[in-house]
Design a protein around this ligand. Structure first.
Ligand code: ZN
Ligand code: ZN
Length: 158
């Protein structure tokens, strides 16, 4: 999610609260807590991880409430949902213009973000070659992250 500044975080939370008001959706303490965790997070959180963080903050929120709130946040465009082929979804704040791709480690599940100028330029060219009108895309590279690779090398070296 290309690192949000504290100001941007506050702004995003503010926008979410205003949106809830406009939609006449009750902004319960639980919903607000869930939104704060996802919208200010630096990671791609699973529902399980969100529930864990809520518990750490002393909030008891049912998994169903977390799912419903995430559904709401995703539909409203505040949150981007990902399916990295792990059998569950992960969530991150949706940033305007903050388009980025992902490297997913199959060993430890770490997700690394990247943007690449050439890639960004090539995608519309590829679509054009197929007379295809592009709207959105996602690029995901699956493999082994730096730390896991280092771990493997240390194993071999032993
Ligand atoms: Zn991301
Ligand atoms: Zn890894």
């Amino acid at each position: 999610m290309t690192r949000l500044s504290p100001d941007e975080r506050t702004e995003l939370i503010g926008r979410f609260r205003r949106w809830m008001q406009e939609q006449r959706q009750p902004l319960t303490r639980q919903r607000d807590a869930i939104a704060r965790i996802v919208l200010t997070g630096d990671e791609h959180l699973s529902v399980e991880a969100i529930v864990r963080r809520l518990r750490e903050k002393g909030e008891t929120v049912g998994t169903a409430t977390v799912y419903r709130t995430l559904e709401l946040l995703t539909r409203a465009g505040f949150v981007r949902a990902h399916e990295f082929g792990e059998g569950f979804r992960r969530f991150e704040p949706a940033m305007e213009g903050g388009d980025h791709e992902h490297l997913v480690c199959l060993r430890c599940g770490k997700v690394v973000e990247f943007t690449h100028e050439h890639l960004t330029r090539m995608l519309p060219v590829i679509a054009d070659e197929h007379a295809f009108r592009p709207e959105r895309h996602r690029v995901e590279i699956f493999g082994t992250c730096r730390e896991c690779l280092r771990g493997e090398l240390e194993q071999i070296g032993r």
